[in-house]
Design a protein around this ligand. Structure first.
Ligand code: TRP
Ligand code: SF4
Length: 358
């Protein structure tokens, strides 16, 4: 397991690898909320300034669970990409694309599937969890192969690092195992060809997002399925209403009761939105000098300031209906070039390009 005290670094058993290229993916399931923003998008926006980044809409992965009504899921792609852009992801800096626009993802996944042991997939914790916690019929070949497709996404781009949440670590571990197994079978198979000892596929490492879990209005983890989210592009009046309903320290019943900020989801928001006010709130909540209504009011002003640019950017993008399609079109072109080069290498090392001779 990863040392939680050492969140941003490579896993201890790994040699630290210099960040070369980043790939990450996200399924489009609806409008993004603060949890996505604080946990993922700020990280993406920072990374794009430091290194070569590929950010992918994982729509083939969505098909594993939404196959009966994929058109319903497809319509979330453009809104999600516009949330990415509103959060500062720039198509000039990073390559933003949709998985199914680059057919090599499916092709490579099929090749990797040939040597991926079933037992690796069957013991994948996400596989079991998801199947246990849904009414959907996820008893499919595609769903079992979800991590194989994810491995293909990553190795296609020679990604050295993959920014992900903790829940995705088992998938990344499988990617590493699949890449190693590929290299074991194929990397030095054809001496004389290219650099025979060189690995064909890059074994990637995780970059865990360092921001703590973002709490929702009810104090549980912010999640679309709990219906406790604050959306990135939330309208001002709805934002105000939602924050009014947000849970505080439940032990603080009356205005004059002292509160405990450590048990208050509202207080956790100060970390990001108003770190300069945190010390005062901490003292004044405990002494009951500050009431929850005022505490939320001053926080709301800060959250609203922070989210205003999202609303503006979203509104701006609405005025340019073709822009998202253009961005994704040129993203797919750029991604496709890299993917085709990897595929050529992969097929070559597997012997698929040997020609046909009697
Ligand atoms: N499985 C990831 C998720 O649900 C999405 C994903 C697909 C992904 N391909 C990826 C993430 C490649 C990182 C790298 O969040
Ligand atoms: Fe939470 Fe602020 Fe109320 Fe204290 S004053 S319990 S930090 S909302």
């Amino acid at each position: 397991m990863t040392d939680p005290a050492n969140k941003n670094s490579a896993k201890p058993e790994n040699e630290p690898v210099k960040v070369g290229r980043i790939l990450s993916g996200m399924q489009a399931t609806g409008e993004l909320h603060l949890g996505h923003y604080l946990g993922v998008l700020t990280n993406f926006a920072k990374l794009q300034n430091e290194t070569d980044c590929f950010f992918m809409v994982a729509n083939l992965h969505s098909l594993t669970a939404f196959y009966p009504n994929y058109p319903d899921a497809h319509r979330f792609i453009a809104p999600m990409v516009s949330d990415w852009l509103a959060a500062g992801i720039s198509p000039e800096k990073a390559t933003v694309f949709v998985q199914s626009d680059v057919p090599e993802h499916a092709e490579l996944a099929q090749l990797l599937a040939m040597f991926t042991p079933l037992s690796w997939l069957e013991r994948n914790p996400t596989y079991k969890d998801k199947q246990a916690n849904t009414e959907k019929d996820l008893d499919s070949f595609g769903f079992l192969g979800y991590p194989v497709l994810q491995a293909a996404d990553i190795v296609l781009y020679d990604a050295t690092h993959v920014p992900i949440g903790e829940d995705q670590l088992p998938h990344l571990e499988l990617t590493r195992e699949i890449a190693r197994r590929f290299n074991h079978y194929y990397a030095s198979r054809r001496p004389g060809d290219r650099k025979a000892d060189r690995d064909i596929l890059t074994v990637p490492q995780a970059i865990l997002s360092s921001f703590p879990k973002v709490l929702g209005l009810d104090g549980r983890k912010m999640s679309k399925s709990y219906n406790n989210s604050i959306l990135l592009a939330e309208e001002k009046d709805i934002l105000a209403k939602k924050m009014q309903t947000m849970k505080t320290d439940t032990a603080r019943v009356r205005r004059n009761d002292p509160g405990n900020p450590d048990n208050c989801p509202v207080f956790s928001y100060y970390d990001f939105f108003a770190p300069d006010l945190k010390a005062d709130v901490n003292t004044n909540c405990r002494s009951a000098a500050l009431g929850c209504v005022d505490c939320k009011k001053q926080l709301l002003a800060r959250v609203d300031d922070k989210l205003a640019p999202f609303r503006e950017k979203r509104a701006e993008l609405k005025e340019k209906p073709k822009l998202i399609a253009e961005i994704l079109g040129s993203g797919a072109e750029k991604a496709g070039k890299v993917a085709r080069a990897t595929m050529a290498r992969v097929k070559d090392s597997m012997g698929l390009t040997a020609g046909y001779h009697l």
